[in-house]
Ligand binder design. Structure first.
Ligand code: DQA
Length: 150
């Protein structure tokens, strides 16, 4: 069976391209998902993307990816967006996974307001990429595939 990777985008990331371009760039979420899809195709990896503005829907999608359900996930890339800084529910859902998790932030959260410096998920993620723009997602995919293939 091939490698299966789930990408989860949190609230307001559907507005990428229009949203605070000085911080998040001008690349739309569709364009990021397309970049990820073609990188995944090149690597022969199955990739699914999901975006929601609703915390409970993100928790639900993470639960779908838990092993032992029919929808297996070998690795996860997640940008919980604003929920990064607040969501114990997303943290607890991620703790259900037994696969590598990479937390991605487009902006460098440590260069921004103090409330963005705290992540509820960074210490349970395999790793974090922050501040490399949309490219961070591609690097995350690359790192995950290397990890899983090892
Ligand atoms: C973000 C950083 C968060 O602080 C913010 O709330 C977002 C996006 C990023 O990708 O840089 O919505 O996760």
């Amino acid at each position: 069976m091939g490698i299966k990777i789930t990408v989860i985008h949190g609230p307001n990331l559907n507005m990428l391209g229009k949203r605070e371009p000085d911080k998040y760039g001008t690349t739309s979420l569709d364009a990021i998902n397309q970049m990820l899809a073609s990188a995944a195709q090149e690597k022969g990896v199955e990739l699914e993307t999901f975006q929601s503005n609703i915390e409970g829907e993100i928790v639900g999608r993470i639960q779908v990816a838990v092993r032992s359900t029919t929808d297996v996930c070998d690795g996860m890339i997640i940008n919980p967006a604003a929920y990064t800084h607040t969501s114990i529910a997303i943290r607890d859902a991620l703790l259900l996974l037994d696969c590598p998790i990479i937390e991605v932030h487009i902006s460098n959260i440590f260069k921004r307001e103090p409330f963005r410096h705290r992540s509820m998920t960074a210490d349970i993620a395999t790793g974090q990429i922050s501040g490399l723009g949309a490219y961070g997602y591609i690097l995350a995919l690359d790192a995950l595939v290397r990890m899983i293939e090892k």
